[in-house]
Design a protein around this ligand. Sequence first.
Ligand code: FAD
Length: 540
Amino acid sequence: MLRISEVKLPLDHPQLALDAAVHARLADIGVKPDGLIRYTVYRRAHDARKKSDIKLTYIVDCELKDEASAFKRMAGKPHYGVTPDMDYHFVAMAPPGFDRHRPVVIGMGPCGLFAGLILAQMGLRPIILERGKAVRERTKDTWGLWRKSVLNPDSNVQFGEGGAGTFSDGKLYSQIKDPRHLGRKVLDEFVKAGAPEDILYLSRPHIGTFRLVSMVEKMRATIHALGGEVRFETKVENLVIEDGKIRGLELSTGETLVTHHVVLAIGHSARDTFKMLDDNGVYLEPKPFSLGFRIEHPQSVIDRSRFGKFAGHKDLGAADYKVVHHASNGRAVYSFCMCPGGTVVAATSEPGRVVTNGMSQYSRAERNANAGIVVGITPDDYPGGALAGIEFQRHWESRAFELGGGNYFAPGQRVEDFIAGRPSTSLGSVIPSYKPGVTPTDLSTALPDYVIEAIREALPELDKKIAGFAMGDAVLTGVETRTSSPLRIRRKDNCQSVNVEGLYPAGEGAGYAGGIYSAAIDGIEVAEALALDLLGSRAG
Ligand code: FAD
């Protein structure tokens, strides 16, 4: 097929205008109207750089009667190309009746879910072990913290079926390179499981929380139907390693599971499991991550600033943003996991700690916009080895718990007070969405001085990019510490740990992904590497 990009049309254009624009672009390379069999929209984005004239931008794939001639005539012309093969091709397939040791996947977040699905589709009947509960029961536990300040350390916003991304905005994009179009496989599987079809063509697709819950259940059913198995409330507590090779897993149920192939997709919050890996000598190293707060504004302020008179337009939806400021103390301050029309959520997995994050529903219709506003830090800021970043996170999360009042309320401050360096004694027109509640206070001791200074400097600067960003009543809550993994479980080109054969560190916790989409893609790649090792051949 022929791919045409940069097809630009105004908002509210009729379907006929798109048909006409495609025909016009085809005419430019000599294709007559009857030479087109059909076209499909591969991608739709909006270009809001000029607020008074927001445009929709399309990439379309055209099926032509005579593609060979069109390909010759488009040579050298910008914005024409050949549609790549985006179908997923399995790298290996188990022969019927294959019954050698079954591969095991630890963790059922997006990485473990996709690793498990691909292994199941290749006929390898994986066993997935998940410390948390099945998604419906887990939802009740998660709400237990939000509504009643009761935390279940093994079933919460970080742990349980679906992993950390289940109660989220469900953003499905990433800046990673994806030359094999594995992201397409991720989106196709999500649509099969009930995601809205628009995720296949919107440039910044998202799913929202409620749909994710039922999708995860459907994907589990698919894995079961293919001979896989999922065990909930089963934590991996130790590894059995012999001569540098993985030989089994000790489980919280008392069982020792024999296996030679393990995908380690444990996410960035499995701190006890990281310690267990360290105790077993698995090679870990510290890595940079970020610390900061969540900021909340009325969504209408963000919409107006980004879309001007088109604020609220149905094709634009609730506006998002991505901002960065390089502070004079050398730190980068940037927005993280922005959730338009969403809520700030309590995201701790450990008692006596407070952590913020954000989520939304598909409609993104809540009154506030929220985003992490975070500062990059490196292992130089927390010296002490591979697990030192975890202790650093814990320190600030405990401090937030204390500042919030010791009842899982988050400490919060009006932006005007934060910039002026005075405590907030009450909140203003922006009502924070974090549950169970927010305690107005002084956030200046909630994070290291260099983080506070950098954010204080950044807010008025970011207001120059998004009018209203530093509005006095905007609210900061915190702390935002689980931005990415504080360590990496280094692996070789064959995706196995550098010092334990048969162990495949994967996803966000291993430091090889950031977000749902890239974690899912990493899960596919690791499953493929495992299958090639196990079956020792490529599919025909
Ligand atoms: P996880 O999703 O963390 O999954 C790891 C799983 O392993 C967990 O279920 C855990 O219970 C299990 N586990 C850990 N240790 C063990 C053990 N010893 N034994 C058995 N099981 C174990 N990303 C986006 O791209 N878009 C968003 O909109 C978005 N919003 C977010 C909102 C919130 C509130 C949160 C918390 C995160 C959000 N993220 C978002 C980040 C995203 O969720 C993560 O990047 C992603 O889930 C990482 O996937 P993963 O599979 O690597 O790890």
